[in-house]
Design a protein around this ligand. Structure first.
Ligand SMILES: *Cc1c(COP(=O)(O)O)cnc(C)c1O
Length: 373
């Protein structure tokens, strides 16, 4: 059993992939070939924004978004304490200051209330993260941000395909960023990412920063980076896009089977809960994550049953050595610490068979009763 099965998907689209890749080999425009613009147009239409800009990876997409917003050294950027390091890392790389806020223990996302308390006159951007494929409560966050005139960058690396009050992830916030890392809901066969915005001025800046701050070839009017999406990755993503909606539904089916199996399983004196998806949201389940007691032992027991697991993430960002002494809002981030100690992700992909899910939940039930005994 695999944690994420990319082969099952590939078997479905192999012919299309070959056609798309062959086309690139024929025209030979490996950098900024026509597939990049084709993918950008398709994704902008899919998420429902005016501008999509293909980027080398999801981390660069956040960095370029911050650069487009003219973030300067010493500016404070608020982000979630419980996430992958990418946002915090590029904040620090630009010599700005990451300000970590705690999460809601049910959604694992940071909330408007926590963000409001962390805002200071130096706050220049807010980066909520759509963790595990569930969008943050972005309307409330944008409202708080707007009161202070602060832009919001939606880190939608895990949430492409998810919805929030009828709107799609990657369309929420001043700029949204995503990742096409192979294991993300829409993944390529290498690194890739994108920025999204409705603001034409920001879109133009992002396009320029992506390509060394060029105004025209070899004329530079700002400092940029080499942040382009490869033509081959764009071609691969174009082959995956036609089945993406179906895969999003399959993910939802897999998740609801897990929900049912978990709610009827016997966990002894422990209460293992399915992920909480608030009313008005759909998750794309980048991860299907539960909280377990004595996680190391549970993982070892599941491993004996041949069941792979992963931990997203074992150490909150404000606890990372690299951020020691950094700015933590209020009295720390206790919910992030608790989540980091308890969370465990189960195998999750669109092609996960019901029989495998039954095995997984049976093994989980037995492991949890075992550690409780
Ligand atoms: C994967 C991920 C990123 C970074 O994406 P890369 O394409 O790997 O650079 C950023 N933020 C979150 C929340 C992620 O999960």
């Amino acid at each position: 059993m695999q944690f994420i099965d990319l082969k099952a998907q590939q078997a479905r689209i192999r012919d299309d992939l070959r056609l798309r890749i062959d086309k690139v080999l024929d025209h030979g425009q490996y950098i900024m070939g026509p597939e990049v613009a084709e993918l950008e147009a398709a994704l902008a239409a899919y998420v429902g924004v005016d501008h999509c800009i293909g980027i080398a990876n999801g981390t660069d997409a956040i960095q370029i978004a911050l650069m487009a917003l003219d973030i300067e050294p010493g500016d404070e950027i608020i982000t979630s304490a419980f996430s992958f390091i990418a946002a915090a890392e590029v904040i620090a790389l630009l010599r700005a200051v990451p300000v970590f806020v705690d999460i809601d223990p049910l959604t694992y996302n940071c909330t408007a209330e926590q963000i409001a308390r962390a805002i200071t006159p130096r706050t220049k951007a807010i980066i909520p993260v759509d963790l595990y494929g569930l969008v943050s409560d972005i309307d409330a966050i944008v409202e708080v941000a707007a009161q202070h005139g602060i832009p919001v960058i939606e880190d939608a690396a895990q949430s492409m395909g998810a919805t929030y009050k009828g709107r799609r992830a990657c369309s929420l916030g001043t700029i949204a960023t995503t990742s096409f890392f192979p294991s993300k809901p829409l993944g390529g066969y290498g690194d890739g990412g994108a920025c999204f915005t409705n603001d034409p001025e920001l879109a133009a800046r992002i396009r320029s920063i992506r390509i060394h701050g060029q105004r025209q070839r070899y004329y530079h009017d700002r400092i940029g980076v080499n942040g382009r999406l490869d033509t081959l990755q764009a071609a691969i993503l174009l082959a995956k896009l036609p089945i993406f909606d179906e895969e999003v539904s399959l993910r939802a089916e897999v998740a609801s089977r897990y929900d049912r199996l978990i709610s009827s399983a016997d966990f002894g004196r422990h209460d293992i809960r399915a992920p909480h998806i608030p009313e008005g949201y759909t998750s794309v389940y980048a991860q299907y994550t539960v909280r377990v007691p004595d996680r190391d032992r549970i993982i070892a027991l599941l491993h004996q049953f041949g069941i792979p697991t992963a931990v997203h993430y074992p150490c909150a960002l404000h606890r990372q050595e690299v951020f020691a002494g950094s700015n933590v809002a209020d009295a720390g981030c206790p919910e992030s610490d608790t989540a980091a100690a308890q969370v465990m992700s189960l195998p999750m992909h669109p092609y996960l068979a019901e029989s495998d899910q039954i095995r997984i939940v049976e093994a989980l039930s037995s492991a949890v009763r075992d550690v409780a005994a």
